[in-house]
Design a protein around this ligand. Structure first.
Ligand code: KG4
Ligand code: ZN
Length: 348
């Protein structure tokens, strides 16, 4: 079984082919990074135009790399939400066109489900497992119980973790994307100099919040002498902020792990690249007696292999979608979970 997957929900245009033996036959990811950099964040209209410019070429490229004709594939999957609607439409329409012309099933994939099932592509993890999804757009803890069976244990009530890194980096003049820049600056910093709050720590449930922490970084900056921040101040602020984020996430994860029975603890999303966070999560997982699974970074961040794989998991259960399936800019993985205003509910 071979599935073609397309991802266009945020600022990466990606195409990939995977097979039922968990092989990635070909994959390409084109980041729009440079186009958005001058704005310090993703501009939806620029993103949609970028996807439109590149999706056909990238799709042809993966077919060529795998040396496969469209007839050899068994289904075409596309991120159908949640995400920036202009981009989602580009991917969905492309996938539907290929599916219609070649008489293959169309597979509508939830972007978050792509992240959630990646550990089964990379590590063949058995259900159920606990997933921490931390990226620029999402911040959730999910119990992954089966294909299509996701229980959201926690989500952010305001910003996503990566979004907070990006905004703080902007405040400190460290550049975009902020996560890697904050991590680098934090290396030389004293995390104890600025007493940042640990949002949600000790609260019931597993929800996250990063907006107050971001504000407190701003207030701390305003208290310093006017003028450009010194490298020394930047390093201390970055270190203090990073330590607060890691403590806050660790507290939420610890609560989720306490009540969880399953096969593994899995992390996904761009913030999973953070070495301080990784170290803490590894320790928490060991304490809970669960294997810690962190897929390779290129599969943790937005990519199309995860979309192709989620499509394949649907297809082998006989679940396909009609060609009039509508893109869904909002599409919670767990429909039972209370509605959230948080970033994970809005963009991908
Ligand atoms: O998963 P991703 O590539 O894209 C989505 O947002 O879907 O995640 C990107 C996010 C950005 O906010 C970036 O600043 C953050 O991941 N990030 C990091 C690190 N590397 C990337 N945050 C903290 N530490 C890092 N080393
Ligand atoms: Zn994502």
């Amino acid at each position: 079984m071979i599935v073609l997957g397309l991802e266009t929900s945020c600022d990466e245009t990606a195409a990939a082919l995977v097979d039922g033996d968990r092989n990635i036959l070909a994959e390409v990811v084109l980041s729009q990074f440079e186009e958005h950099r001058p704005y310090g964040g993703v501009v939806p209209e620029i993103a949609a135009r970028g996807h439109l410019d590149h999706i056909d070429r990238l799709t042809a490229e993966v077919m060529k790399r795998a040396a496969l004709p469209f007839d050899a594939i068994d289904g075409v999957a596309a991120t159908t939400g949640p995400g920036l609607i202009g981009g989602v439409i580009v991917g969905v329409m492309t996938a539907k066109a290929i599916a219609a012309v070649h008489r293959k099933p169309f597979l509508a994939v939830n972007h978050l489900e792509g992240h959630a099932l990646t550990a089964r592509l990379t590590d063949d993890v058995a259900f159920p497992y606990l997933l921490l999804l931390v990226s620029g757009g999402h911040c959730q803890i999910l119990a992954v119980e089966g294909v299509g069976q996701y229980r959201r244990l926690g989500t952010t009530i305001d910003d996503a973790a990566g979004e907070a890194f990006d905004k703080v980096a902007k405040m400190l003049g460290l550049g975009y994307p902020g996560g890697p820049a904050v991590q680098a600056a934090a290396k030389a910093g004293d995390a104890a100099r600025f007493p940042f709050p640990r949002p949600m720590k000790g609260r019931p449930g597993c929800d996250f919040s990063f907006s107050g922490l971001k504000t407190s970084v701003r207030q701390m900056v305003e208290k310093l002498p006017p003028g450009p921040l010194s490298d020394h101040d930047k390093a201390d602020l970055a270190a203090g902020f990073q330590a607060a984020v890691v403590d806050s996430i660790a507290d939420r994860v610890k609560r989720a792990l306490r009540d969880f029975r399953g096969s593994a603890f899995v992390v996904a999303g761009g913030v999973a690249a953070n070495s301080a966070l990784r170290a803490r999560l590894t320790a928490l997982s060991a304490e809970a007696g669960l294997p810690f699974i962190a897929p390779p970074l290129r599969l943790c961040t937005d990519n199309a292999a995860m979309i192709a794989w989620a499509g394949l998991e649907h297809l082998r259960l006989g679940r396909t979608d009609p060609l009039d399936t509508r893109p869904r800019p909002r599409w919670p993985l767990d429909p039972e979970a209370p509605k959230s205003r948080g970033a994970g509910a809005v963009k991908a």
